[in-house]
Design a protein around this ligand. Structure first.
Ligand code: NAD
Ligand code: MG
Length: 406
């Protein structure tokens, strides 16, 4: 039997009351979410004991973070970076390791709280490892719920893990969702900034370059999620993420464009009440919510000045210019391996766009063609997920080759 949120809250508070620093790990500490998490930890050093940090290739940043936070263990995914990292941390007493297994080991080490901030399906196994030892998992890595949502939620439940959403929309929903009467929730409204091409025509979008696409109007984020915001696949992935976290069916989740990114999402109830969470677009607010949970902790995010903003506006997303929204809804409705294939194809397509191999509109095209090319199957294990992730990537690579050869 899984613990309820209030039982977990009570046990977390009991630990917090012992004046022991809370043991924390950051998977993907060198990324945008990782750096924001490091920033929060460094502001209250006595409050945390850092167990592990991980990165992919950025040796100098990972070493700098390790010198600052003094973790027991540091893992770098790219094995060719091992020697440089070991040298950079020589004499510190910090254990250093490299490779995919080392990143999973970081997740297995004893930390009460694990930030899952690796980008893409690469985060699946490490996040799962943290879930399987019943940790509190602060989840930024939405792709792992998209490609393995049912299995991940089942593993979390089976091992008494606690999922705290970090994605700003899901953190907002989590803060206003009445878990004690979930059946009284009528709809969830995910807000979306609309990204940098909200007002661009299809002809203009076809010509957009990677640097134009990563320039998000409101948020500073890693390259992959910035491109996902420009295609609005990010909102499609978030739809699937919300479905798994809050157990709300696809047809009860709306997507609403709100260019100011002040209302981070909303929940509407059977009595007509709509509850929202607001704030400036600074990820340190939702990260602090997950880090301090079940209590609130101070975050340095700029404060909201509604009089200065003056007006909040809303519009429907345009399904013609943003076909990724339709593809994500279709994938969620189809279930099985389709969301896994959607995610895999999208990762390949975004990388190919960033590498200048395909055009901006080819991203959604690649995803759509991958979904037509690969048959749906059911997923009964993580091995099935990894297998379908590979199949989706292989199909997408072939489709990209066709598109880039035009
Ligand atoms: P990022 O690209 O800035 O950082 C990604 C991190 O993952 C880095 O530490 C990188 O070293 C690591 N990494 C990349 N490939 C890896 C691999 N193969 N093995 C191990 N580690 C690897 O990305 P980000 O913007 O910080 O986003 C991280 C996750 O959080 C994504 O899933 C994203 O969708 C989600 N998210 C981000 C934001 C944001 O504001 N940046 C907001 C909401 C959700
Ligand atoms: Mg988000």
């Amino acid at each position: 039997m899984a613990l309820t949120f209030s039982e977990v809250e009570a046990s977390v508070l009991a630990v917090a009351g012992e004046d022991e620093p809370r043991a924390v790990t950051i998977l993907g500490s060198t990324g945008s979410i990782g750096c924001n998490t490091v920033d929060l930890l460094a502001r209250e050093p006595g409050r945390w004991r850092v167990e592990a940090l991980t990165g992919n290739r950025n040796v100098s940043l990972l070493a700098e973070q390790a010198r600052l936070l003094k973790p027991r263990f540091v893992a770098i995914a790219d094995e060719s970076c091992f020697a440089a990292l070991r040298e950079a941390l020589e004499g510190t007493g910090i254990e250093v390791a490299a490779g995919r297994a080392a990143v999973i080991e970081a997740a297995c080490r004893p930390a009460d709280w694990v930030m899952a901030a690796i980008v893409g399906a690469a985060g699946l196994e490490p996040t799962l490892a943290a879930a399987r030892r019943g940790a509190v998992v602060a989840l930024a890595n939405k792709e792992c719920l998209v490609c393995a949502g049912e299995l991940m939620m089942a593993e979390m439940n089976a091992h008494g893990a606690t999922l705290l959403p970090v994605d700003s929309e899901h953190s907002a929903i989590f803060q206003v969702f009445d878990f004690s009467q979930a059946e009284k929730v009528e709809r969830i409204v995910l807000t979306a900034s609309g990204g940098p091409f909200r007002q661009s025509s299809l002809t203009e979008m076809a010509r957009m370059t990677p640097s134009q696409a990563v320039a998000h109007p409101n948020w500073e984020m890693g390259a992959k999620i910035s491109i996902d915001s420009a295609t609005m696949m990010n909102k499609g992935l978030e739809l699937i993420e919300a479905h798994h976290i809050f157990a709300v069916p696809e047809e009860k989740i709306d997507i609403l464009v709100h260019p100011q990114s002040v209302i981070h999402s909303m929940v509407s109830y059977v009595d007509g009440s709509v509850l929202a969470q607001l704030g400036t677009p600074d990820m340190r607010t939702p990260i602090a919510y997950a880090l301090g949970w079940p209590q609130r902790m101070t975050a340095p995010s700029p404060r909201l000045d509604l009089a200065a903003i003056a007006s909040l506006t809303f519009e429907q997303p345009d399904p013609e210019r943003f076909p990724a929204l339709r593809l994500a809804r279709q994938a969620l409705r189809a279930g099985g391996a389709v969301p896994t294939l959607l995610n895999a194809a999208n990762e390949v397509a975004v990388q190919s766009f960033l590498a200048g191999e395909i055009g901006f509109l080819d991203i959604a095209r690649t995803v759509e063609e991958t979904l037509s090319a690969v048959a749906n199957t059911s997923l009964t294990s993580i091995e099935d997920v990894l297998d379908r992730d590979r199949a989706g990537r292989e199909a997408a690579v072939r489709i990209v080759a066709g598109l880039s050869g035009r």
